[in-house]
Structures are given as structure tokens and as C-alpha cells.
Design a protein around this ligand. Structure first.
Ligand code: NI
Length: 256
């Protein structure tokens, strides 16, 4: 069985001691494609540098709503420059986060929109981070069409958000929280999403799924997300692995 981890952060310092070992172990255990996600200029650069070392790893570049405060100069040009790397498959993670930052909503929206325009210019999909900002996120996506669509990464288990995201043509990526015992509506939300629109991810090193919750996460744990979806959909884990792999290849189509 081959699995596609559509969102991980091997650029995080939590992997500084054993990054190469973990990445190789993940690959050898069947995680045969990994997207290494940037969230700031620095981490995007690092995401590409790491992806360059593995033929099965790709990268996204972008600035997340929690990393906009120290942006200066023409950051859009900087992201565009990074996106020239053939390893870059999307602009992300970008979006809105009113959980961590309530004071700069207008600035968050502006930077989200600028990066969507860049994705359109470069013909790339986007990877969205959204937290406690459902309405504003949907409003922006209705206002500016994302030509290549994209993915709601670690999608919040919110019915309205998922319905609107699907209507707009986006993919829904599920992460560790769907396995958490306190995620009461995980089954309801997973059942809302047709299997052709589901991606799976770890968001490593964060959000480890059950039964390894609380430990440092890595791509090998994506199997627990696949299993959870399989149980809810009444399918085998192999079927989920195969379909989510196909979906991820479709959305992150290579530009070369
Ligand atoms: Ni992330």
C-alpha cells in the first residue's frame, strides 16, 4: 500500500536531529509522496532545500496568517522567486487565523488575497490554512476565483465550511483531529465529502493522530487517518490510500 502525505513540515526544527532518518523510514514504510509545506519565507526556502534531497518530496511556498507580522519589502516577489523551483507544487499555506490573531484581520485578508493572485499568475493551486474564520475565508474565495483551486489543509470539522469548499471545487484534507476522541462530528463531516475530493495529511510534527497522540508526528502516521476514513466510509484502507493518492496527484499536478 502506498500513501501520499499531502502536508507535513520537515522544515520544522523538531526534525533537526533526525530528519533524514525519519524521511527515509517514512518512504520505506510506504509513504511514497510527501508535500513539505512552507508557512513563511524562511520555512518555504527550507521546504524546497529539503525537498531537493528526495525524489519523492515536493514543496509549497507561502506565508501563513500567523507569520505575516515580520513581512517586509516585496514579499510577493520573494514568493514568486521561490515558486520557480520545479519542486514547488502550490502556494501555501496561506489563509486566515482568527484563533491566534484577532487584531490584524484586514492585514490577514489582504495578504491572503495577494497570494491567491500570485497562485493564479503562476497557474498553481493554493493550500489553505483557516481557523475560526469560516465566513471571511469563503467570502474571499467567492470574490477571487482560484483558477487551479486547491486544498483546505487540516480542514476544520465545520459543516458550512466543508459544504462551501466543495461547491467551490476545493479538496478537503483530513489530519489527526478526525481521529481524536473529542471530535464528535468527524464521521458526519467525512461523510459529507465524496471520496474523489479527500486528501490525507499528517501536518507533522504537530497533531499526531490516535493512537499516538501527544508524540512528535511524522508521515508514517498518515495510515491512521486513512484507516479512520475507511472505517467511516465502509471501504478498505487500501481503497482510501489509492483514491487519496490519485486525488493528490491530480490537484498537485506537476508544472514540468
Ligand atoms: Ni501546516
Amino acid at each position: 500500500m502506498e500513501l501520499f502525505d499531502s502536508h507535513a513540515h520537515y522544515n520544522d526544527e523538531k526534525f533537526d536531529d533526525d530528519r533524514d532518518t525519519i524521511i527515509k523510514e517514512a518512504y520505506n514504510s510506504g509513504i511514497t509522496t510527501i508535500i513539505n509545506a512552507g508557512y513563511s519565507l524562511e520555512s518555504s526556502k527550507k521546504a524546497i532545500e529539503i525537498a531537493n534531497q528526495y525524489k519523492f518530496m515536493y514543496a509549497t511556498v507561502g506565508v501563513s496568517p500567523n507569520d505575516i507580522e515580520d513581512l517586509k519589502g516585496n514579499y510577493i516577489e520573494d514568493i514568486e522567486e521561490l515558486a520557480k523551483s520545479y519542486k514547488v507544487v502550490a502556494i501555501g499555506e496561506i489563509g486566515l487565523d482568527y484563533y491566534w490573531n484577532k487584531e490584524n484581520k484586514e492585514k490577514q485578508k489582504e495578504i491572503f488575497m495577494e497570494q491567491i493572485k500570485l497562485a493564479n499568475k503562476l497557474d498553481l493551486p493554493i493550500v489553505i490554512h483557516t481557523r475560526e474564520a469560516v465566513m471571511d475565508t469563503i467570502d474571499i474565495l467567492k470574490k477571487i476565483e482560484c483558477k487551479k483551486r486547491g486544498v483546505f489543509h487540516c480542514c476544520p470539522l465545520n459543516r458550512e465550511l466543508v459544504k462551501e469548499a466543495l461547491k467551490l471545487g476545493f479538496y478537503i484534507s483530513f489530519a489527526g483531529p478526525v481521529t481524536f476522541k473529542n471530535s464528535k462530528n468527524a464521521a458526519e463531516i467525512i461523510n459529507l465529502v465524496p471520496i474523489e475530493r479527500i486528501l490525507i495529511e499528517t501536518d507533522s510534527p504537530y497533531l499526531s493522530p490516535e493512537p499516538v497522540r501527544g508524540t512528535r508526528n511524522d508521515s508514517r502516521n498518515v495510515k491512521y487517518i486513512a484507516q479512520k476514513i475507511a472505517d467511516i466510509k465502509g471501504l478498505t484502507v487500501e481503497e482510501i490510500a489509492k483514491q487519496t493518492y490519485k486525488n493528490a496527484q491530480k490537484i498537485f499536478e506537476r508544472k514540468i
